[in-house]
Design a protein around this ligand. Sequence first.
Ligand code: GTP
Length: 329
Amino acid sequence: MSSKSRKKVLLMGKSGSGKTSMRAIIFKSQLAADTRRLGATIDVESSQIKFLGGLRLDLWDCGGQESFMDSHLTAQSSTVFRAVHSLIYIFDAESTELLTSDTVYFLKCLRALQDQNPTSAAPSPAPSSSSPAGASAGAADEGGPTVFVLLHKMDLVPVDAQQGKLAEFEAEVTRKARESGYKGALKFYGTSIWNETLYKAWSIVISHLMPSLSSLRAHLNSFLVLSSASEIVLFERTTFLVISSVTNDKDAPDAEWDERRFERISTMVKAFKLGCSCVFHLAIAAVSTETGLLTRSPAMLFTSSFAGSKIRSPFSSLAITTPRYTAVL
Ligand code: GTP
């Protein structure tokens, strides 16, 4: 596999900021409520995730407890920070040390990133915050790693104070980063596992990693013309993150179009798939422990088969028969 299609992404931030929760929701389809049961990450947990077009994401979830952070910044610095495509740094919006010790750790990470990837001294083109489609693929390869800064747990900040808090945080952290000598781009987002802001930010991160985004967009444009659709959105199959989208100029979004429509679709479909998989497991239990005949509503069988790859994977040739319906999963 070429290095262009393998991307190393670091997930860093202090303990309890929410790194593993994000990873579990986006890549393991866990429910937000279930993240309360997650334990602290020991050292580094790396996972390989395959994406559309043969892209492989090496995601390193770096434990945020002080002893681990210190070790990542000293003894393990070259292992952790070398050959990084993107750093996603998570700040806990509720932390009382947000602009003090939390920022100090962040600046140390920037320094290590710069030391281990000398090109990160040069400003790298930042992806557009307004649309994943605006992300510039492969930018990190030319201009050094891209740094995404997430001010997380924004649900704990009063709604009318969120924008101001993010703007103030962005200005302050950017100023400190510049003062410390970091010249690369920093991209800020406010996120929460309890709403679609998580999908918005991660869609931008993922589309930024895609090596063939421009050719994908060209295909989407052709499909848009052929289908006479108003808009086409491409979602990644497993995570349901938005990879790219194209809109017919004649139907350009106006005030009536929900700005967050893509992230809302991601959140809803993910929740729907999760709901379906629960129903499916109940169905399997009924088949194996009772008569072998399953009497459930057609709606349940429909939703079971609609849930797709997650459900089909372990039982690809299973047929469930009811007196009136047969569903092959
Ligand atoms: P380490 O593994 O020690 O580095 O911590 P971590 O950064 O991986 O934190 P983790 O994901 O384990 O989350 C800690 C707690 O924060 C959990 O109880 C989560 O449910 C909670 N949490 C995560 N994201 C959010 C969020 O957006 N809002 C709120 N209110 N809580 C969150």
